[in-house]
Design a protein around this ligand. Sequence first.
Ligand SMILES: Nc1ncnc2c1ncn2[C@@H]1O[C@H](COP(=O)(O)OP(=O)(O)O)[C@@H](O)[C@H]1O
Ligand SMILES: [Mg+2]
Length: 465
Amino acid sequence: MASKGNGKQDLPPYFNIDPGFAAKRLSDPIETARFAKAAAFATRGRDDLARRGYAPDGNKRLRKFSIWEITRYLIPVAPAHFRRVLKANPDLPQGDGEAGAKWFTLEEVLAIREHFATEGAAGKAYKSWRPKGLPAKVVAVANFKGGVGKTSTAAHLAMSAALDGYKVLVIDLDSQGSMTSILGGQVEDEWMTAFPLIARDYAKSLKSENEVRESAGQAPYPFDETLTEALEVSPRNLIQETHWPNIDLIGAQLNLYWAEFQVPVWRMQLRSWPLWDALQNALEDGGTLDEYDIVLLDTPPALGYLTINALAAADILLVPLGASFLEFDSTGRFFDMIYSTFASIEEGENRVRRRDGLPEMRFEWDAVRAIITRFDAAQQADLANVIQAYFGDFMTAYRQELTAMVGQAGEQVSGIYETDYRDFNRETYVRGRETFDGTWAEVKSLILGSWWRDLKMEDAGKEEA
Ligand SMILES: Nc1ncnc2c1ncn2[C@@H]1O[C@H](COP(=O)(O)OP(=O)(O)O)[C@@H](O)[C@H]1O
Ligand SMILES: [Mg+2]
């Protein structure tokens, strides 16, 4: 065989593979049990790697924020004024570090912001607006394609909202659990994920169906112990704190995927169970929507039952896609699938409701926006413009740029807001940060706009009454 200078041999055409020889090298056909062995080995290997220090540190800590950063991004005052105010108010957090370079925790930043909001210049907005008495806005990030930036978008939105002082709940509905690891969550099994919220909803439906059956003298459907336990579940039992003082999490892990098998079985047992409403009901009944300002749902790359629940619970739906032919094409089909799924739910429900003389139902979203992610203006401007033209107002004009900082932050599984800007050239940092600040600006405007609209509707309702 010819040899190259680098010592590697040139491969012959089609590699001259002899089928008989290839067959000899195969092991016997694989049986199911072999996977158990592979899994057991992987577990041992995992522990080995963890002992050698390869596992991510389970305890994430949020870094501190400098005066440069605080006055540039978080509290709109001049650095000198900021220092003067701290000096004049010794009760306020004074920060850590040397005189010229003080650093503050996010809790401290939020406390200082509160001070500016009450004592600072009137007419200057130090705090983000949030109407009292209205429920949290639920934002779902979904697309049935993987790798389009769902988790990155959702994670950065959660962090931006937290920096703005909002109280955020993140629910990870993807059994891959990327969002959970970004937020440092620990999840033992499916009973610590959103799964029991769905089980609870089914159990409640089944229980009331059984009450009807019993009063009609019919035998009740079986109600097992798991369902009895599920009745006691509340989001409160599932929510964990994160290293962000104002971001909480309902995490995910692999077993959450079980929901995709269990939900259709339950639905077969009880055709009248509105399975798409399970998450929404759990958030409403548990008081969660009153406790938080913003609830962010990260979804798996599929239009399965978990995603359907996320879409039904969402006020605002974001659909990230890259400016490429394939991602545009599949996003179009994703919209088509949403249409047929929800139209058929509406049709089925309304048939029953008309029969029973009840008002019809329909799904409604405050806003839906496709958003271009990982945008490379030098290569993709044409494609993005065409996509923009076809999606029209279903798409944000803003494009989330490709930034090396996410790649780097991504490998450490953390967000841009968590990385220390001193690790980067200042300009790279500022640009990278703008990418996600811009995404938040778009979404924040949708959130505030729909809160405002709700408020006006509520007022109009009161006047009528
Ligand atoms: N704006 C961006 N710039 C650069 N890389 C990005 C950006 N957004 C996402 N990525 C990278 O793209 C990959 C897929 O993103 P991810 O959010 O996990 O997608 P999904 O949740 O849709 O599967 C990740 O490696 C992530 O770091
Ligand atoms: Mg994801």
